[in-house]
Design a protein around this ligand. Structure first.
Ligand SMILES: [Zn+2]
Length: 388
């Protein structure tokens, strides 16, 4: 089977694909437009873009749930996955296209935050948030990770809403903040009670399917210094003045956690290794390195290989693309683990753009993959939610 079956589904399939083809230029313009919003994690623009998307989802005719995330209460929760930037205000946005209630619900989950542009030199004459449209790609920070996927998802729900497709199951688009620094947005969305029978996160996978993600735990090492007759190392990162004795050395790091590996055991392994190294050194024995786990805590996540959504995504991709699809787990952390571990929602990554360009200078997303992703997500919707 390569496409949703049944006469009604076949009619809707071709009408939806025609609609998307007719709006290809609008999709590209939308991507350029959204890249120009510098929605760096923790900045006011992260909330501003949620406002823009709330309006667009409401304008498309969806039921929209937009709410201010109760920060103090959320951050105090025991299973809160961590945060690396300060936020006084944060917004959740979910748009729902109601189905007739007798089909499976599908969530498309896309994060709106992007990482900072970093050192500007490698960008050359390109402005990081330019949103420039080239012959084959749209350029700028966030184009690949993951505003191209966001736009593909946005046009999937727009197409279904505009044509009045009588879906059986609900189609839900969650736009989330804070993915890059721990997953606040998806965490808060799940705490609010949003769930679906399956979820696709259109993170950049070059249209491969990635049903798992590795974990990443952020930590800080602290060495307290109290040296009476020091040999100064005034230029080490710990110091702030050449003739001052640094009182403290801190080192921030990130440790990968393999899919299937236990987070507590992984933490213990690092703590034990640091403790052993401290014990082996005469000075560190008296001044042991302290390990603190702080910032984003990305546990690994995995969707079962026999989950229905995996086959659905594979078939939809094959129907709209001639490129064979590989399956892998992402070597980085993502919101997938919150959806699978906390939400119990079978979830895969499937989206446009090369993940190697994410977080990199001169980031871009290929227009061809953006359009293919929108077509595939629409077929996934038809197949998964069903149509009357
Ligand atoms: Zn991402």
């Amino acid at each position: 089977m390569t496409e949703p079956s049944g006469p009604a589904a076949r009619v809707w399939r071709s009408r939806l694909l025609d609609y998307l083809d007719g709006h290809a230029a609008d999709m590209v313009a939308d991507l350029a437009d959204l890249v120009q919003v510098p929605s760096i994690s923790g900045t006011p623009e992260e909330n501003a873009i949620q406002g823009v998307l709330t309006e667009r989802l409401a304008g498309a005719g969806l039921d929209v749930d937009a709410w201010p995330i109760a920060m103090a209460e959320t951050l105090a929760a025991e299973d809160f996955p961590g945060m690396e930037v300060d936020r006084a205000e944060a917004w959740g946005t979910v748009g729902r296209l109601p189905g007739t209630g007798d089909g499976a619900s599908l969530m498309l989950n896309a994060h709106v935050d992007v990482v900072p542009p970093g050192d500007l030199d490698p960008w050359g004459d390109q402005v990081p948030f330019c949103g420039t449209v080239g012959a084959d790609a749209v350029y700028g920070r966030g184009a690949c990770d993951m505003k191209a996927g966001l736009v593909a998802a946005l046009w999937t729900v727009r197409a279904c809403a505009a044509l009045g497709v009588p879906l059986r199951g609900d189609l839900i688009l969650a736009t989330v903040i804070g993915e890059e620094d721990g997953g606040l947005g998806t965490y808060a969305m799940l705490r609010r009670g949003w769930r679906a029978d399956a979820c696709v996160i259109p993170e950049p996978t070059s249209l491969d399917i990635a049903p798992g993600s590795s974990g990443a735990l952020t930590f800080r090492l602290t060495v307290r210094w109290d040296l009476p007759i020091p040999i100064e190392l005034g230029t080490i990162a710990a110091g702030d003045w050449a003739s001052s004795v640094p009182g403290l050395l801190t080192s921030h790091g990130r440790m990968g956690v393999a899919i299937g590996e236990d987070v507590a055991a992984a933490r213990r392994a690092l703590e034990d290794t640091v403790a052993e190294a401290s014990a082996a050194d005469p000075w560190l024995r008296e001044n042991p390195v302290e390990v603190q786990w702080q910032g984003g805590q990305f546990a690994p996540g995995l969707t079962d290989a026999d989950a229905v959504i995996i086959g659905t995504v594979g078939r939809a991709h094959a129907a709209v693309s001639g490129r064979p699809q590989a399956m892998w787990g992402t070597p980085y952390g993502s919101d997938l683990r919150l959806m699978t571990n906390m939400g119990s929602v079978p979830t895969v990554h499937y989206g446009p753009g090369d993940a190697r360009l994410a977080h990199a200078p001169r980031e871009s997303a290929p227009i061809g993959e953006l359009l293919t992703a929108a077509r595939a997500l629409t077929l996934i919707t038809l197949q998964h939610c069903g149509v009357r």
